[in-house]
Design a protein around this ligand. Structure first.
Ligand code: DGL
Length: 275
């Protein structure tokens, strides 16, 4: 057995959003162990100053390494990845993968008219992380690209209170996304890991001609590639099934109940991650 490959993949987000990435990781790598922390006590990250979010990200990632001995960290939160990825990569002894670069590449793979959009939290959009990632991904192919970015404050709060459809969220989506629709992008990246839960509402406003791109699968593929390159993939064991453990800095019972509806049957219980 590969002792280091047997360690878990560590992931974190401000709350439930990163479960979209956890879903993709479980589906792509069912033999991998997983530790997920949702920082629900301090969500939303989007409107908070970058230095606060960076501090939370360092705290969560450090705990994943020291308390849980994870072999890789997946920053399953665009806001945290936008402002803290480089620092985490510099300061931690394990590889760290964010959602921004994989999402940017996935988006470029979906456009036909080379006019793309990214929506995310205020923190993500203001950081300019997607402008840089898309410019860098586009420069690899040498083709020009038009990018429109827009913050969607309020979306995350609807997801966190399990209101993913209905008149209020639809009205907010219409108000926020009309300028994006008018910008005539043909592919739109859901640049916040909470937004895939609003896919139907966002799709209705954007119309069927716009491809909605979610970076979760692309991120999971990047994680698998990295683990494979470093010979860190877990070898399935008949004696020990792949465990998946979920933690919340807020109400763990609520996290387990709502998280199970978002993620699926792998989430049975959640424990408290104390802040
Ligand atoms: N899901 C997160 C993201 O991808 C954080 C949202 C928030 O807490 O505001 O940006």
């Amino acid at each position: 057995m590969n002792a280091s490959g047997d360690r878990a993949i560590g992931m974190f987000d401000s709350g439930f959003g990163g479960l979209t990435v956890a879903r993709a990781v479980i589906d792509l790598m069912p033999d991998e162990k997983l530790i997920y922390i949702g920082d629900t006590a301090r969500y939303p990250y989007g409107p908070k100053p970058a230095k606060d979010v960076r501090g939370y990200a360092i705290e969560l990632a450090t705990s994943l390494v020291h308390d849980f001995d994870v072999k890789v960290i997946v920053v399953a939160c665009n806001t945290a990845a936008s402002v803290a990825l480089e620092e985490l990569q510099r300061s931690l002894a394990v590889p760290v993968i964010g959602v921004v670069a994989p999402g940017a590449k996935a988006l470029l793979g979906q456009t036909r008219n080379r006019r793309v959009g990214v929506i995310g939290t205020t923190g993500t959009i203001d950081s300019g992380a997607y402008d840089a990632a898309i410019k860098s991904a586009a420069s690899e192919t040498g083709e020009s690209i038009d990018l429109v970015t827009m913050a969607c404050p309020g979306f995350v709060e609807f997801v966190e209170r399990d209101e993913t459809s209905g008149p209020a969220v639809t009205e907010l989506a219409q108000r926020l996304l009309t300028p994006m629709r008018e910008a005539e992008v043909d592919a739109l990246l859901l640049g916040c890991t909470h937004y895939p839960y609003l896919r139907d509402v966002i799709g209705q406003v954007m119309g069927s001609g716009v491809r909605l791109v979610d970076g979760a699968v692309a991120t999971a593929i990047a994680v698998r590639q990295m683990l494979s390159d470093r010979k860190l993939l877990r070898v399935a064991s008949r004696d020990e099934a792949a465990t998946r453990d979920f933690y919340s800095s807020g109400d763990a019972a609520h996290f387990a109940a709502l998280g199970r509806r978002f993620l699926g049957p792998e989430l049975t219980t959640a424990k408290v991650w104390p802040i």
